[in-house]
Design a protein around this ligand. Structure first.
Ligand code: C2E
Ligand code: MG
Ligand code: MG
Ligand code: MG
Length: 291
């Protein structure tokens, strides 16, 4: 109403945001109708063994190279979830990752798992796990070739059907990681019953761990807990040597972060792996000698 400027301004902002999201959704839908996804692609970020620094697996991360610049996945995945496009987007990711893995196999690159992210709205429909298995079979892959990452909130909110599907995947040998561990509801009791194989320490604990004793304590406790539960522990967002050394002391298993590698296009990963999967040059040296 005239005279209530603040309210009107807010309204306009909300309206613009809605229009923007609607616009993005339309474009996303058009891209998903294109063969190959057009401006969409998957990038892959290596996860390296903390000690050998060799690449063990990669995380698939969506990229949208729009003409006006890159649109971050956090933005368009939110839009996709709101508009029911997430199912198609998720299927596109699954297919793309399976196709990539099959291509690597054909090149002789075996044993490098591709982990894909499954978001909340995607997992509420347990069919996604069936489609994952179908796609893995279609491309002649095995459960070892594709892993999944879910956040703790998704796992906690999962209904019986979803939990059964996860258990089936787990029993068939799929790796299932809890992403952003420690940032969700973090109820300890669910760790007892959920079929997971790994914990991913969230970047927010890693970033300041060199200066923040509390972050360090949480990281250390997570590694300890994970190992006592027989799980693999991965740290994300590792950017410097101080963080790496701390995680090594704590016996964290896998390291993911800019310190080693940023997310990369498939061809770059391919070149790296075909070149012998050697540690990145800034780390190649005398070895670390600790044991
Ligand atoms: P996430 O699964 O926790 O992925 C890790 C995020 O941390 C990625 O951001 C990655 O690029 C970033 N990262 C990794 N190492 C470092 C580091 O050393 N420093 C910093 N500053 N950042 C680092 P990205 O690619 O922007 O993805 C953001 C989120 O979007 C992901 O968080 C995931 O939740 C979601 N996402 C990405 N791709 C997909 C997808 O295909 N499907 C679904 N459902 N979600 C996706
Ligand atoms: Mg992830
Ligand atoms: Mg993560
Ligand atoms: Mg995270």
């Amino acid at each position: 109403q005239a005279g209530r400027d603040g309210y009107q301004f807010f309204n306009q902002e909300v309206r613009n945001e809605m229009l923007h999201q609607h616009h993005l959704a339309g474009r996303l839908q058009a891209l998903l109708n294109q063969d190959g996804g057009g401006e969409l692609s998957l990038h892959y970020q290596p996860q390296v063994a903390a000690r050998s620094e060799r690449i063990e697996s990669v995380e698939a991360l969506m990229r949208w190279h729009a003409p006006e610049g890159n649109i971050p996945p956090s933005d368009f995945i939110k839009v996709a979830e709101r508009t029911n496009l997430i199912e198609r987007l998720g299927d596109w990711v699954i297919r793309q990752a399976c196709r990539q893995q099959a291509e690597w196999h054909a090149l002789g690159l075996k044993g490098y798992r591709i982990d894909i992210n499954i978001s909340g709205r995607q997992a509420t429909n347990s069919d996604v796990f069936q489609r994952l298995e179908d796609c893995v079979a279609e491309y002649g892959l095995t459960p070892r070739d594709i892993g999944i990452e879910l956040t703790e909130n998704v796992l906690l909110e999962a209904d019986v059907k979803v939990r059964d599907s996860l258990r089936a995947l787990h029993d068939r040998g799929y790796k299932i990681a809890i992403d952003d561990f420690g940032t969700g509801y973090s109820s300890m009791s669910y760790l007892k019953m959920l079929p997971v194989t790994a914990l991913k320490i969230d970047r927010s604990f890693v970033t300041e761990c060199a200066h923040e004793p509390k972050d360090r304590a949480i990281m250390e406790a997570t590694v300890f807990l994970g190992h006592r539960l027989g799980l693999e522990v991965v740290a994300e967002g590792v950017e410097n040597i101080e963080q790496l050394e701390l995680l090594r002391e704590m016996r964290c298993d896998l390291i993911q972060g800019y310190y080693f590698y940023k997310p990369m296009a498939a061809t770059d990963i391919q070149r790296l792996l075909l070149g012998g999967n050697n540690p990145p040059s800034h780390r190649v040296s005398t070895g670390h000698g600790e044991n």
